[in-house]
Design a protein around this ligand. Sequence first.
Ligand SMILES: *Cc1c(COP(=O)(O)O)cnc(C)c1O
Length: 370
Amino acid sequence: MREVLFLDLARSASSLGAEAHTVFANVLASGRFLFGEHGERFERAFAAYCGAAAGVGVASGTDALRLALLACGVTPGDEVITVANSAMATVAAITSIGARPAFVDVDPATWTMDPAQLPSRLTARTRAILPVHLYGQCADMEPILAFARRRGLAVVEDCAHAHGARYHGRVAGTMGDAGCYSFYPTKNLGAFGDAGMVVTNDLTIAERVRALREYGRASHDLTGLHGYNSRLDELQAAILFLKLERLDAANCRRRAIAQTYARALTDMERSLPYEAPGRYHVYHLYVIRVKDRDGFRARLQEQGVQTHVHYPLALHRHEAYQGVRADTFELPVTDRVHSEVVSLPLYPELSDEEIEAVTDAVRQATAVRV
Ligand SMILES: *Cc1c(COP(=O)(O)O)cnc(C)c1O
């Protein structure tokens, strides 16, 4: 029996072939490893891809979030409204600058931020809203942006799952004040190490992030900004530029696999991912819901199909965040979803044979007769 790996980054890297080697050789020959032409070229190319006025490369997605929050004026003690069903990085970015997360529950269909609950989280210290475009689908941005505008709050988008995702035609990261991307190797656009970017249409925010990533020094009128060291290196930028050309095709393949799963598993339709009207889902993860999760995963593993859980513990349940949390609300939808989610293998290099092995294993594991 052949294993279907949850992810196969070696396969993905080797699909770049000799081009990746050429890219590395060019960077080595240039003798320039930080702040060179590759970084600038990729910043311009990725900002243009998103339709944003500027892109500022940083060292990771977490750094993109925290530098964007700082650039939007979030200060220690401020509250940032976000969701609890996300990666630890989302909340780590908030707490790392001394701000406090206030968790809001999610929409039961898309599992992204529920805009209707935002008013209940507003306090005198609320400074920003941080929606997460979860699993590759944009949060319901229109009502989030409308609420933020009325209340004078910044909106910082967590786009780590959402390279190329769209909301009524607008690309993730260009709707709020800043969009924060991670190029962690597993993401839809992944580097060969750590990398991230802030995209924005606000040139003041872009300039602040540029200063913050380089000890705060970049510009004279920003003295008083406590900076960091958070740079996107030339090797990563060069590889990302090469891979950016293939991003749309890779996302199309992800969507095609998602469609194949949906067609093969129609009996489970209500447990499958839901793409809301007007949204273009890029399926960073294909996450379904099952009641007996441990049993289901064990049965899939018996068939050689690896699965994962994103995420094992909702952020409001983490011990580390009890003391810093700004709200005391229950999050019933988040809790319910979290106890049932399982991620199936979905990546562009998956073969048709492997896709079939996955759907066969799922059908058997759920004993669905078709
Ligand atoms: C991966 C990820 C991040 C952070 O990215 P890093 O590059 O690992 O710092 C932030 N938010 C979400 C939702 C993520 O999945």
